[in-house]
Each structure stands twice: as C-alpha cells, then as structure tokens.
Ligand binder design. Structure first.
Ligand code: ATR
Length: 298
C-alpha cells in the first residue's frame, strides 16, 4: 500500500530552518478534546526530539483516503480513535496479534517495505497502568469486566495474558457478552464467561473494570448487589476532572483501590511512541501534568 520512496519527512534532532519534522496525528470524530497532541509533544520533549503531532477530524466517508494520503505525504505514524479503529485494522497490510484479537487498531505504523502495520496499544496501556503505576496484582484475581463493546474487545487479550483466575464479561445486552466471551474462551487457559448484569447478583470479585461507555454520559451500568473481596480494585476506563459514577460506586463499597483511565490513555500513547520511534517515554510526569490541566479547567 505504501512505498518507501514516499517518505519525505526528515527525522532530525537539530532541525534547520524549514526542516520538515517527523509528522504524526490522531484521526477520529469527534477529536476536538483529544489530549494526544499534548501527550506526544511532552514525550518528544523528554528525548529532546521535535515532532509534529496533530489531532485531525476525519469525516466518515473519507477515512481510508485520508490515511493513504497521510502516509503518502510522509507521515510517520497515526493513532486512530473512535469511530475508526475497526476500519484502521481492516485497511492495514499486516497486524500484530493483539490488534488481530481486538479486530481493531489504534496505531498504524509504516514499514520499511512500504506496508502499513496495525497495532492495538489500548490493552497493554490498561495493564501497565494497573500493574506498573498503581501496583495492582492481576495474576490469580477473579476479574469482572463490564461492557462488551469495542473498548472491551480491545483489552481482553492483554488482560488474559496476565493470568487472572477467571474473567467474567457482563453486559446490559447479555448476548453481546456471551459472544465476546465465546470468541476468547476457545483458546484461553483462563475461563472466560459472558452474562447479563443481573446474573452477577451476589458474586464476588477481586478486580472490576468498567469498559462501558455509560460514564461518558455521567452514568454507570445498573449493577445488582456485588461482593467486593478484601483487596478488590476498581478501574474505570474513562476519566474526567471529577471521579466518575463508577468510581463513586466503588468508593461507596469501600473498594481497596479505585482508579480512572487517564493513566491508560497516557500508557497507550507511550506504547505508540515506542512503536514509532523505538523509545519509551516516562509516563508519570505526563499523567500528573494532564491531571493538573484537567482540574484547572474544570
Ligand atoms: P465502545 O467502543 O466504547 O465499547 P460500544 O461498542 O458502543 O462502544 O459499546 C458500548 C458498551 O457500553 C456496550 O457494552 C454497552 O452496552 P450494550 O451492549 O447493552 O449497548 C455499554 N453501555 C453503554 N451505556 C450503558 C449504560 N447506560 N448502562 C450499561 N451499559 C452501557
């Protein structure tokens, strides 16, 4: 799909006047509130590198053409967000295993031979935030994942790789949870079970991850009475200046630890930066900076 001769961007640490900086972008719709330009500019600053990173709104009927044009113009990497992750996966020439399992890509990487590679860094971003940043243990933990949409599909493979004792996927529409569980249970050593929300009544969990989009409208899934184990950790994949409805619910149940998805956002970006530029940025200062910006703007 791509040819190496199309790469016109110049990678330089000491850009002369008019030098073309390596160009990156995130494509999505809506995209106005994207934090990715801030995050990637900070990452580049850590290495004294200069890059261009833009958040670009793409219309539904132009996605594939815009991706092609971006790379033909010398673009060196794209992040893809809602609603285009499945289409990004479909248009790529090759894909990582985690993108294949997700059926979706949030990161496109041009290859030396001109091919375009799809990857998905969302799941590893979530796992790193929980394990490395928050110090949570995932191995052996009975895990409940709420939701069965694209966001949940994107994280299941990296989550299973941490060897929880079981994963229960519970969704407002039970059939979607059952289908998703079946797709992952087939070749997993970890039991993966799909069910409706009301079937959770009385069940006990060590880790609860909210992967529904309910939080985006200030809501949370209607949960029956659950038993949170002594050291139960609760993670909301969305974030905001205030604790989300799910985080308030978890706090009201005296969960051992509660976190939002800001760290996941920064960690998935760090993994993208690594895939594009071969360097691993520090994430903690960027999370702190974004948190402060969000609180000041609230
Ligand atoms: P995404 O890509 O963000 O996952 P999606 O594929 O539309 O978006 O999935 C949204 C998920 O949030 C679904 O699991 C949805 O439940 P349904 O499958 O029953 O629609 C869930 N969801 C959204 N709003 C919800 C709410 N108010 N209560 C419970 N679940 C909700």
């Amino acid at each position: 799909m791509l040819t190496g001769s199309n790469a016109v961007a110049v990678d330089t640490n000491t850009p002369a006047e008019n030098a073309v900086l390596p160009a990156y972008a995130v494509f999505g719709n809506p995209i106005k509130h994207s934090k990715s330009p801030t995050i990637h500019t900070e990452f580049a600053r850590q290495f004294d590198e200069q890059i261009t990173y833009r958040a670009l709104r793409v219309e539904d009927d132009e996605f594939e053409a815009r991706v092609k044009a971006f790379f033909e113009g010398g673009g060196q990497g794209l992040n893809i967000t809602v609603p285009f992750k499945e289409r990004a996966y479909a248009l790529a020439d090759q894909a990582s295993e985690r993108a294949t399992r997700a059926g979706a890509a949030n990161c496109l990487i041009p290859q030396a031979d001109g091919q375009l590679r799809a990857d998905n860094t969302d799941g590893v971003g979530l796992v790193r935030d929980m394990v490395a940043n928050h110090g949570w243990t995932l191995a052996g933990r009975k895990t409940l994942v709420l939701g069965a949409g694209g966001a949940v599909r994107g994280i299941l493979q990296p989550l299973l790789a941490e060897s929880p004792s079981a994963i229960v996927i519970a969704n407002r529409t039970p059939e979607r949870a059952q289908q998703l569980a079946a797709a992952f249970a087939a070749d997993s050593r970890v039991p993966v079970i799909g069910c409706g929300l009301d079937e959770l009544s009385g069940a006990s969990f060590d880790l609860i991850i909210n992967g529904t989009s309910a939080g985006l409208s200030g809501d949370m899934p209607a949960l029956p009475e659950l038993d949170l184990s002594d050291r139960c950790c609760c993670y909301d994949m969305v974030y905001g200046p205030e604790p989300t409805a799910f985080m308030r619910w978890a706090a009201s149940k005296a969960a051992w630890a509660v976190a939002d998805g800001l760290g996941m956002l920064v960690e998935q970006a760090a993994e993208s930066y690594y895939l594009w530029r071969g360097k691993r940025p520090e994430t903690a200062p960027v999370v702190q900076q974004l948190r402060a910006l969000m609180e000041n703007n609230a």
